[in-house]
Design a protein around this ligand. Structure first.
Ligand SMILES: [Zn+2]
Ligand SMILES: [Zn+2]
Length: 427
């Protein structure tokens, strides 16, 4: 194996120890062989000089949609992995709302086989119920044996509380997590944006915050009752954050994630009728955005995940009411985290990096997220002060549906390394 490399000159951001300072890293056979915290300037022959840059464990996005099988025109496992690499992610977990859904061992096997051609690591999330229909449990443990790392009916909430209870019980022995898309259909049917003053003014049907919060509360109670593990996907409201914070204090096995669009954008922007702003859960109010940031600070929210949701241009060019929900996010997440959270002093570098490395790794029980000796040499190198403008033409994703196009951001992944191999470089 010739995946040997020496990385010098960078400041490393270690999310486990909190160390944020100079170090040289030695890679052998695609694994971390040595980490030298330097006191003085070092020189190594053939070393890669990363002066002025920050070197982090490879970023993990635990919530993406890769659209394969079914909509390979919008994204594939391979194209999504290159978009991930360009955005600084060495690993992604892909959701099962494909067509057909990832609800069997064969379907999981298909993803793991396609993933061999990917730029980085792709971990499939299996469906909780057959066809994501919410009627019968899918063979979750069989899927786990093939490589499913968690289970979710993401794209819709699991309405049936009995099945949610059974799923949590079923997974208890393996200590795996259910990723819950929290949304009660009966209370938000037909809604296209947050139910608020803006939705009334615009005459658009609203999705009330309570549609999410009721299910967050239910899933917390079921996790407590069964002793199972639940991860709340894309938390979007202030009351959800508070429910999760209290549940954690009571030692319920609950974790949570937030997306960059939910901690950056508010529902009043929908005045523009830009369908790229139509997401599920919807963009909420300023008060919710502030609560999400607080949640990241106080630990109620563990992770940052993109909920990368590619859609074809012609679909998003529809009326706001009929356009599909979702925006892409793999290539804008790092810039938004640096610009909105780190520069504004919401999170420190080690805190922000933890939310995209060691925390998702622990929730999914996958390797990565640390600088441990013997760990895979997966790294994300960030230029913390690089200013750039989000451009459609530069997206590696097959889809372009981002409301951040044209936005000026600070901070970008300038190199992505997977198993000691450079898969993306702007240096
Ligand atoms: Zn979802
Ligand atoms: Zn999703």
């Amino acid at each position: 194996m010739n995946n040997d490399m020496v990385l010098v000159g960078a400041r490393i951001v270690d999310p486990v120890s909190g160390y944020f300072g100079p170090a040289d890293i030695f890679v052998a056979n695609g694994k971390i062989a040595r980490v030298d915290k330097r006191k003085k300037k070092s020189s190594h022959k053939g070393a890669l000089n990363l002066k002025g840059l920050y070197l982090c464990p490879g970023f993990i996005d635990m919530h993406v949609h890769l659209r394969e099988p079914g909509r390979e025109d919008e994204e594939t496992i391979v194209s999504g992995s290159w978009a991930a690499a360009a955005g600084g992610f060495t690993a992604v977990a892909c959701m099962p709302n494909t067509d057909p859904a990832l609800d069997s061992a064969e379907a999981i096997k298909y993803v793991t086989e396609r993933a061999r051609l990917a730029a980085g690591k792709v971990y499939p999330v299996g469906a909780i119920t057959v066809g994501r229909k919410g009627e019968t449990l899918a063979p979750m443990l069989e899927m786990a044996e093939i490589g499913a790392v968690a289970f979710s009916d993401d794209g819709s909430g699991l309405q049936n509380s009995h099945l949610m209870r059974r799923a949590l019980e079923y997974l208890k022995s393996s200590d795996m997590t259910i990723i819950s898309h929290c949304e009660y259909n009966d209370i938000c049917a037909g809604g296209v944006m947050n139910e608020s003053f803006t939705s009334t003014v615009l005459g658009l049907r609203g999705i009330p915050p309570i549609a999410e919060e009721l299910m967050v509360a239910r899933d917390i109670m079921l996790a407590e009752y069964t002793g199972g593990r639940v991860h709340i996907a894309h938390v979007s409201t202030a009351a959800s954050v508070e429910l999760i914070r209290r549940a954690k204090r009571a030692r319920v096995k609950v974790t949570a994630e937030v997306t960059p669009h939910h901690f950056t954008l508010t529902d009043d922007l929908i005045k523009s009728f830009d369908t790229n702003l139509k997401v599920n859960p919807p963009l909420r109010t300023r008060k919710d955005v502030e609560a999400l940031k607080k949640g990241l600070q106080n630990g109620a929210i563990d992770c940052i995940a993109s909920d990368h949701a590619p859609h074809a241009i012609e679909e998003k060019e529809a009326e706001f009411d009929s356009a599909p929900f979702g925006m892409i996010g793999l290539e804008t997440t790092v810039g938004l985290v640096v610009t909105e959270l780190i520069k504004k002093r919401i999170l420190s570098w080690p805190e922000a990096v933890a939310a995209m490395t060691v925390k998702p790794a622990r929730i999914l029980k996958i390797s990565g997220g640390t600088f441990e000796i013997g760990a895979p040499a997966d790294f994300t190198v960030i230029d913390p002060s690089l200013e750039w403008v989000v451009s459609k033409d530069e997206f590696k994703s097959l889809s372009k549906n981002s409301p951040f196009v044209g936005r000026k951001l600070t901070g970008k992944a300038v190199m992505t390394i997977v198993n000691g191999k450079i898969v993306h470089s702007l240096i």
